[in-house]
Design a protein around this ligand. Structure first.
Ligand code: 9MR
Length: 365
């Protein structure tokens, strides 16, 4: 299996192999065996203990910063380019593709055994003016499809999952799509068109819908996305995963976050926390987020939106797991513990679960 393919879920692999020689072969071969003591000292290895990944957003321009790259390679086994795969970078003028900045990140990932999430193919933001000024549907459809096909082809076999469409739903109570050139010129069907095009471009890649403020189950926006995914699954539109960005305020996730993840997973998609950051990084708020994912079998991984507070887009909110100097913050230990990893003093303390609701209590899978 090459580095970029979907990784095995070691816990399940071992469970099915117990009693056979396969288990011994696994261990001897050095495959990620679920030895909680040997392989749980970092976020990535702790997450791998339950078959999940732990990732971060990465900026190509910071790879030369040794504090940054040391933390990246020690702690994280999935990478999302923070800006480098967006349309304004990858196709700044029609038909002129620029993959240089993203290639630097993908090459880094390849050299360090990290997988990639592709972010993002179709989004109303960071969209060049030449796209947003198109008014003809046939032109826009062919431009959108060519963009998807060209970018996915360039990274074929190197990107585990793509955020095919990002943030297509409106804030507030409508539950409808937001206004965008794609929506306004192509109509409601643009999301389906994008996913069908993406599946044809790279049938091996996981295809995700990604959005923010869809973590609280009863919100109209959450319901709108849920109804879309349910409709897609019913009609065979290819969608494999839903990304919950999880840009949270100081209180962390809504009480029903686990319910939301679980309800989406029941539709037959994987779910992931894709852009996690929490104002002031309360350890409890972080632990509650991780536990919501750990409690849902199809929640396959979590990604924080940056490494150090100084790398965050949320200036002044200190929302990440490492401080500006690269030191672990209290939230780091809380996350490591919630992932089932060993903390610095060798214990696995239970973090109190205040995320609410029956059945919310985290157990080691
Ligand atoms: O972190 C990204 C920041 O550097 C960019 O300036 C910004 C531009 O819109 O995008 C940020 O990342 C966003 C992500 O791509 C989509 N979800 C919201 C993220 C935070 O704004």
């Amino acid at each position: 299996m090459s580095w970029f393919n979907e990784g095995p879920r070691p816990g399940k692999v071992l469970a099915s192999a117990i009693g056979s020689t396969a288990a011994a072969v696994l261990v001897l071969a050095g495959t990620a065996a679920p030895d909680a003591h040997a392989a749980s000292g970092t976020l990535g290895t702790a997450a791998a203990g339950s078959g999940r990944y732990f990732g971060t957003a990465v900026a190509a321009g910071k790879l030369g910063d040794s504090v940054y790259s040391t933390l990246l390679d020690r702690e994280f086994n999935m990478i999302t380019p923070e800006n480098e795969m967006k349309w304004d970078t990858t196709e700044p003028s029609r038909g002129n593709f620029n993959f240089g900045p993203a290639d630097r990140i993908v090459n880094h990932a390849s050299a360090h055994g990290q997988r990639m999430r592709g972010h993002t193919l179709v989004w109303h933001s960071q969209l060049p003016g030449w796209v947003s000024s198109i008014t003809d549907a046939n032109t826009l459809r062919s431009v959108m499809d060519k963009h998807i096909i060209t970018e996915m082809n360039h990274y074929k076999g190197k990107v585990y999952a793509w955020d095919v469409v990002n943030e297509a739903f409106a804030d507030g109570g409508s539950g409808q799509h937001r206004s965008s050139v794609f929506q306004n010129v192509l109509g409601n069907g643009f999301i389906e068109e994008a996913f069908r095009t993406a599946r044809a471009a790279d049938p091996a890649a996981k295809l995700c819908y990604n959005d923010y403020n869809i973590e609280n189950w009863s919100d109209a926006k959450t319901q709108g996305v849920y109804n879309m995914v349910r409709d897609f699954k019913a009609r065979g539109v290819p969608v494999d995963c839903v990304g919950f960005q999880s840009h949270f305020g100081a209180g962390g996730p809504p009480v029903g976050f686990r319910t939301t993840l679980s309800n989406f997973a029941s539709l037959g998609v994987d779910v992931q926390v894709t852009e996690l950051d929490i104002a002031q990084a309360s350890p409890t708020a972080y632990a509650n987020t991780v536990k919501a994912c750990m409690n849902v079998a199809r929640c396959t991984g979590m990604t924080v939106w940056g490494i150090r507070d100084s790398d965050s887009w949320r200036t002044g909110e200190n929302p990440l797991l490492f401080d500006a100097a690269g030191s672990k913050k209290p939230a780091y230990e809380a996350v490591l513990s919630a992932l089932g990893g060993q903390t610095a003093n060798g214990t696995t303390p239970q973090v109190r679960d205040s995320s609410g609701g029956a059945g919310q209590h985290w157990t080691l899978r």
